[in-house]
Design a protein around this ligand. Structure first.
Ligand SMILES: Cc1cc2nc3c(=O)[nH]c(=O)nc-3n(C[C@H](O)[C@H](O)[C@H](O)COP(=O)(O)O)c2cc1C
Length: 170
């Protein structure tokens, strides 16, 4: 396959990045009033093994941004194939009329930091904030993973590719 380079424009940029297949996670934390806050993200990346570091990026205009920018800890809930509705629930704008409370009908618990740990995920990483960096219109949050859990290997993850939800074809 030959891929010819094209000058970058926002549409091409998004389309090119859409060729990078990812999983999907709901990043969660507590706000200053100890209310749960969550946002669907696919910018998750592993960073370091020692110490165990991960990162994700959050839009400075997201309603969840102030809580994450201030939080000392957060959780990364990696969604299972049957949790597409959760991904949608935590990605629609807070002010959209059709969106109910993101936490209504979402069952969760708390470990150490208090960040919501969603039930039914393929994996969960609970982090303390390690660093935060400027990332243009996002900030890059790096977390040190303090606790983790994972589902059995046969539990399929939810995938995202070219702007749509996908199943792992195995
Ligand atoms: C598959 C998918 C991945 C997303 N990844 C990110 C991300 O990595 N960072 C981010 O800030 N927003 C991401 N978003 C968008 C946010 O989920 C969305 O803008 C936000 O929840 C809108 O609500 P709010 O701004 O009212 O909080 C993603 C959305 C989807 C559907």
């Amino acid at each position: 396959m030959t891929v010819e380079p094209l000058p970058i424009d926002p549409f091409l940029f998004r389309q090119a990045l859409g060729r990078f297949a990812t999983g999907i996670a709901v990043a969660t934390t507590l706000d200053a009033a100890d209310s749960p806050v969550g946002i669907t993200v696919n910018s998750l990346s592993s960073v370091s093994l020692t110490p165990p570091l991960i990162l994700f990026c959050i839009d400075r205009t997201a309603a969840a941004y102030p809580a994450f920018a201030a939080a000392g800890g957060f959780a990364i809930n990696i969604l299972a194939a049957d949790q597409q509705a959760l991904s949608v629930q935590f990605s629609l704008p807070h002010d959209a009329e059709i969106v109910p409370d993101r936490w209504e009908a979402t069952s969760w618990r708390q470990w150490t930091t208090g960040a919501p740990i969603l039930d039914g995920c393929v994996a969960v990483l609970e982090c303390r904030r390690y660093a935060a960096y400027d990332g243009g219109d996002h900030i890059i949050l790096v977390g040190e993973v303090m606790q983790a859990s994972k589902a059995p290997e046969e539990e399929a993850p939810l995938l995202y590719f070219q702007g749509g939800y996908r199943d792992l074809a195995i």
